[in-house]
Design a protein around this ligand. Structure first.
Ligand SMILES: [Zn+2]
Length: 187
C-alpha cells in the first residue's frame, strides 16, 4: 500500500518498464560508450501509469558527444507516427531516454531544462537516464508536470518509481533498435 504522504501527492504513478526495452538501452549505451546516446520511449498510458513496451534509438543523423547528445529529431517524429499507425494507436510517444556513460543516473541542469521544454507540448513526459558502464548499468526516471493557471504556468520535474516487468509472450515484440550505429560523432 502507498504511504499516506505519497497519497497526498497529486500524481502518484508507476512507470512500468519492459525488461527487454531496458536491456536494449543498456546494450545501446555500451555500444556507444564512452559517448552518450539515447532515443525515445514508446508505449501507452494507463490512468496515471505509463507502460513502456518499445523504444527507438538516436537515429542516423544524431550527434553523440562525451557529455551531450542531440537526437535525429526529424527521424524520431517519423518513427513516432509510424509506430502509432502500425499499432492502431496503441504505441505513443511517452518520453526520452539517454545514457550517462561512466556517470550517475541523475538529471543534469540541461536534462531538467529539456524535460521542462517537452512538458510544455506533451502531457506528463518521461525522461529516463541509464548510467554506468560494462555490465553495471542502472536506470532512473523522471516526469515533467505543468502546474499553475492559464496565465502563469511552471513546469516541475519529479522522480518516478520505475518497475521492470516481463511482457506476456503474446504481446507484440518490440522492434529491435536498428539505428544504433552513429553516422557522426563529436567530442
Ligand atoms: Zn543527461
Amino acid at each position: 500500500m502507498p504511504s499516506s504522504s505519497k497519497m497526498l501527492r497529486s500524481q502518484v504513478m508507476t512507470v512500468w518498464m519492459s525488461a527487454h526495452v531496458l536491456r536494449v538501452m543498456y546494450v545501446s549505451a555500451n555500444e556507444l560508450f564512452p559517448l552518450e546516446t539515447g532515443g525515445i520511449l514508446l508505449g501507452w498510458r494507463s490512468g496515471q501509469d505509463r507502460v513502456v513496451v518499445d523504444l527507438r534509438g538516436p537515429g542516423s543523423r544524431a550527434l553523440h558527444g562525451r557529455h551531450c547528445f542531440i537526437p535525429d529529431h526529424a527521424w524520431q517524429v517519423t518513427e513516432i507516427q509510424r509506430a502509432f499507425q502500425a499499432s492502431s494507436g496503441d504505441l505513443d510517444y511517452l518520453g526520452d531516454w539517454h545514457s550517462h556513460p561512466d556517470g550517475i543516473a541523475k538529471m543534469s541542469d540541461l536534462d531538467e531544462a529539456t524535460l521542462s521544454k517537452i512538458t510544455k507540448r506533451v502531457r506528463g513526459p518521461l525522461m529516463l537516464i541509464v548510467a554506468g558502464r560494462g555490465t553495471e548499468w542502472t536506470a532512473r526516471c523522471w516526469k515533467g508536470q505543468s502546474h499553475g493557471s492559464y496565465f502563469w504556468r511552471r513546469q516541475i520535474v519529479e522522480p518516478q518509481e520505475l518497475t521492470t516487468f516481463v511482457p506476456p509472450s503474446d504481446w507484440p515484440k518490440p522492434e529491435a533498435c536498428q539505428d544504433r550505429s552513429p553516422s557522426e560523432t563529436m567530442q
